[in-house]
Design a protein around this ligand. Structure first.
Ligand code: FAD
Length: 540
């Protein structure tokens, strides 16, 4: 009953969008310029992915479609971040050059019941997330506009952009948007899952800075979702991921921005307890929130194979440039430390900073991401670090030539949470939290396929030990950040029952036959993750 009341009150402004009862895919495909005949209609029911790929090539040109064996296909596969995604071979890939072509691809997948995946920057780590075996992969790379509107308040961004493209286009205009911190990460996945930026304490997460989404629905309609147009869909897209449609344009708030200040300070791991204390103090501020919202702080830990040493890394970023040799006063405590072994903090452009972060995370290796959230607490950080070290240290003695485990901590500050109520709020289920939260992100990069089970089994164990520690300390939080989650975690459940019920209602309305749920199995569906823990032989 309570859930129902929330749905009714939140969606007071619901739109009247509805798929026609006599919806006809053939008619719609023809209207979208797809070359499809009466014979094809007669064969309906036996059509498959191959038919979808052939139709796309016939209708939109063979250069828009690539298949295994073609050199463009091999090159395209290497554009995924993780090796696991690059090893996934679709029946074909299709690169739409506009929203109508993207709509045609979704409808052809629906007509032929061909499973599909959508790729923006291709940085989701596990196989199937944005590339699908034997199915249709829709690569949005050609939808790459970055256009500032006349009053310089909004930027239209195509989902084919990487964040470096966006910042480089905006920097000459002294503008920025709230987006990713690593150059080659895509606009699409990051924004649909949330999106933590250098400037999130100033302006909120990326999803809370979208004014309008242009969306291809399961019926091939191209509609807008904003606070005034389809507001229920607008709410759902703010964190609900790829479950409601294919987004062909994001309109984001623009902010004035010149140079900024930032970089990493690297220490031997021995500094660790002092660093944790400073980090928690910064995240809590004096009154529960960060005192200077221009700043962003991450602490992380990693193993350096070359020197066989464990390191602590303090990433400090600040929206305002600083004179040479100076740091922002907000970070005084972080500078009251022994000298770092490496320090890249200085004034630079945002695009430059994203390239520096990118350098540590190249394409082509095996990758895994895992996450949990807690109430911000010094004890849980220390325990999680200890658990991760105990479990990961034996892995570093295996014979991989490349291995790079990282454990990172970030605060979801109260100022970030406040922005989550903007314009009807988002789907993440976080407003209401009176305390800052902690996002933990475990990642591992390695290069031997033979190590897959070992790494994943180890991280599954790290996760369950961390949960047990959180339980004991009373600091567990249900939230699971979609953009950092592994294939066995369930971010939508982590948004809480009210949010999940609303998301299911929005999906039922905009996609009554469940095209995005049934035919797009590789990422985080509303009903569960792509792999149930019981299916994963390495999961504990
Ligand atoms: C090196 C690295 C750095 C990162 N840095 C940050 C960071 O600073 N902040 C942060 O919050 N997160 C960060 N992340 C996490 C990142 O946000 C996620 O990995 C995100 O999914 C990547 O987006 P993408 O478009 O590159 O991925 P993709 O793999 O292309 O997409 C991810 C999912 O989103 C779906 N999708 C993408 N675009 C669309 C669209 N237009 N319409 C419908 N569905 C779509 C895809 O189908 C797929 O299921 C980082 C990840 C990596 C690997």
């Amino acid at each position: 009953m309570k859930v129902l009341l929330v749905i009714i009150s939140t969606f007071a402004l619901v739109s009247s969008y509805e798929e026609a009862a006599d919806f006809d895919s053939f008619q719609k495909l023809k209207s979208l310029g797809v070359d499809i005949s009466e014979n094809d209609k007669a064969a309906n029911g036996t059509l498959n992915c191959c038919f979808a790929c052939d139709s796309l090539a016939r209708s939109f040109g063979s250069v828009a479609v690539a298949r295994a064996g073609q050199s463009s296909f091999e090159e395209w596969l290497s554009g995924f971040w993780s090796a696991q995604q690059s090893e996934t071979f679709p029946a074909c890939l299709f690169r739409p050059s506009n929203s109508e072509e993207a709509a045609a691809a979704v409808l052809l997948a629906r007509l032929t019941q061909c499973e599909f995946a959508v790729k923006s920057g291709g940085h989701a780590s596990f196989a199937g997330a944005s590339n699908i075996r034997d199915g249709l992969t829709i690569d949005l790379a050609s939808l790459n506009e970055v256009t500032v509107n006349e009053d310089r308040r909004v930027v239209s961004i195509g989902p084919g952009n990487r964040w470096h493209d966006v910042y480089s286009a905006l920097e000459p205009k002294n503008l920025t948007v709230v987006g990713g911190r690593v150059a080659s990460v895509g606009v699409g996945g990051l924004t649909l899952g949330g999106g933590i930026s250098f400037f999130s304490n100033l302006y909120g997460w990326a999803c809370d800075n979208i004014v309008n989404y242009e969306v291809v629905t399961a019926s091939g309609d191209i509609i807008n979702a904003s606070a005034t147009s389809n507001p229920d869909l607008f709410w759902a897209l703010r964190g609900g991921g790829n479950n409601f449609g294919l987004v062909t344009r994001f309109n984001a708030y623009a902010y004035p921005q010149g140079l900024m200040w930032g970089g990493d300070r690297v220490f031997p791991i021995a500094v660790n307890s002092s660093l944790i204390r400073k980090f928690v103090d910064w995240g809590r501020g004096r009154n529960g929130s960060v005192e200077d919202p221009n700043g962003a702080v991450i602490i992380s830990y990693s193993y350096d194979t070359a020197s066989a040493t464990w390191r602590a890394i303090n990433s400090l970023d600040y929206a305002i440039p600083q004179p040479d040799g100076n740091h922002p006063a907000a970070f005084d405590s972080f500078f009251d430390m022994p000298s770092p072994v490496f320090d890249s903090t200085r004034t630079k452009s945002q695009s430059q900073l994203t390239l520096e972060w990118d350098a540590a995370t190249p394409n082509g290796f095996r990758q895994t991401f895992w996450t949990l959230s807690f109430v911000l607490d010094e004890r849980i950080i220390s325990e999680v670090l200890q658990i991760w070290y105990e479990e990961t240290e034996p892995l570093t003695r295996l014979n991989f030539t490349v291995q790079f485990p990282v454990l990172a901590f970030q605060v979801i500050t109260l100022s970030q949470i406040e922005y989550m109520s903007r314009a009807g709020g988002n789907a993440l289920g976080l407003p209401g939290s009176s305390e800052p939260l902690l996002i933990v992100n475990w990642t591992y990069m390695w290069n031997e396929e033979s190590g897959d089970d070992k790494v994943l089994e180890t991280y599954a164990r790290v996760l369950s030990r961390a949960k047990a520690a959180g339980e004991r300390l009373g600091v567990n939080h249900r939230y699971i950040y979609q953009n950092y989650a592994s294939q066995v975690e369930d971010p939508i459940n982590g948004y809480g029952p009210e949010s999940k019920a609303k998301l299911l209602a929005v999906s039922q309305k905009y996609d009554p036959t469940g095209v995005f749920q049934r035919l797009q199995p590789g990422y985080f569906n509303l009903k569960g993750p792509p792999l149930s823990p019981s299916q994963a032989k390495w999961s504990s």
